[in-house]
Design a protein around this ligand. Structure first.
Ligand SMILES: Nc1ncnc2c1ncn2[C@@H]1O[C@H](COP(=O)(O)OP(=O)(O)OP(=O)(O)O)[C@@H](O)[C@H]1O
Ligand SMILES: [Mg+2]
Length: 326
């Protein structure tokens, strides 16, 4: 059963910028869906649309977003507010944007607990300490009295995750939660997210430009390119043997450890298209080694492909059979 369902979501910005194009994906109860794709592919716009936090200039031109049966694009703002920070929690890339520098960490977690769960002062303080303990912060009772700047970057991200889980969310949306951290911290935070998913049964939508980051955690994967989901399916299928040429390029860049590859996409020649001037047909065609005339004329929808996955590529069967890189 899907907890979150995004169906045909399209988002535009002024100037004809098509940031999300018919995005279709779902997160099932208790699973981790990874959304991967290079910078500008529409990952954050999709996440912000779920939370009702798109900038005012953005326009949802089509689609539907449903969370646990609630139509998020059409429900009352008050209902959305209740869900946000309650049943749906968000973890951003930079923990400092989520924390108030002039309030102690304890105060911030306690306020969330009191507002969303209606706990009294003492119960909230007790629960806040438990939460810091749960995310692996030593001496939690003491640390509640500290301000955000008194924590290291990795510890701050743990605090943000503690806040995110404070209200027993059913879904956590984490947008590049480890990008600002060093490799060791990155591994620790991912381990923490995995443990929370296993222990609490929380669903996770994990957004990253780095396939290597999500590979060990994702049950299913959606690959985005130029505002579209171009391949989705089980992590084993989509990461193990992508059938979209773009996914193949992504994968080829993973094992490389040089600086260029850490940004994720060094193996794919060319650059992503201007979202305000997309080519006719498939947006990946100009960079694709498998391109044929049809690709330049007709944009492929998500087509059913091997292993229960869906791929937006006219040539997915040939790509799968060819193996190798893009
Ligand atoms: N406030 C905005 N005004 C105009 N265009 C925007 C705005 N926010 C995003 N866009 C455009 O929408 C597209 C998708 O952006 P989005 O932030 O979703 O990308 P992303 O996949 O999250 O990239 P990154 O990995 O860099 O975070 C991009 O072309 C971007 O330039
Ligand atoms: Mg983003």
């Amino acid at each position: 059963m899907s907890l979150l369902r995004i169906d045909g979501l399209s988002v535009e910005f002024p100037g004809g910028v098509r940031a999300a194009r018919e995005v279709t994906l779902d997160v099932r109860a208790g699973e981790t869906l990874a959304v991967v794709g290079e910078s500008g592919s529409g990952k954050s716009v999709t996440a912000l649309a779920v939370l009702g936090l798109l900038p005012e200039t953005a326009k949802v031109t089509a689609g539907r977003i449903e969370f646990d049966g609630v139509d998020l694009l059409r429900c009352r703002p008050r209902r959305l507010n209740e869900l946000r920070g309650g049943a749906i929690a968000m973890v951003y890339q930079d923990p400092l944007t989520a924390l108030n520098p002039v309030l102690t960490v304890g105060r911030q977690i306690e306020e969330a607990l009191r507002r969303h769960l209606g706990l009294g002062r003492r119960a909230a303080a007790g629960r806040a300490a438990e939460l810091l303990d749960l995310v692996g912060i030593p001496q939690p009772g003491q640390r509640l009295k500290d301000y955000p700047h008194q924590f290291s970057g990795g510890m701050r991200q743990r605090v943000v995750i503690a806040m995110a889980i404070s209200c027993d969310p059913r879904l956590i949306i984490a947008d590049e939660p480890t990008t600002a951290l060093d490799v060791t911290m990155q591994a620790q935070i991912l381990h923490l997210l995995r443990r929370l998913r296993d222990d609490l049964g929380t669903s996770l939508m994990l957004i990253s430009h780095d396939v290597g980051v999500v590979a060990g955690l994702a049950d299913r994967v959606a690959v985005m390119y130029a505002g579209r989901v171009v391949e989705r399916g089980s992590a084993a299928e989509v990461i193990g043997a992508p059938n979209h040429p773009y996914g193949r390029g992504l994968l080829a860049s993973v094992p490389r450890i040089d600086a260029a590859a850490r940004t994720g996409f060094a193996a794919i020649p060319g650059t992503p298209p201007d979202p305000a001037a997309l080519p006719a047909g498939c947006a990946f065609a100009p960079r694709c080694g498998h391109v044929v005339d049809r690709c330049r004329a007709e944009d492929p929808p998500l087509l059913d492909a091997a292993g229960g996955r869906q791929v937006a590529c006219w040539r997915h069967a040939e790509v799968a059979a060819a193996g190798g890189g893009a």
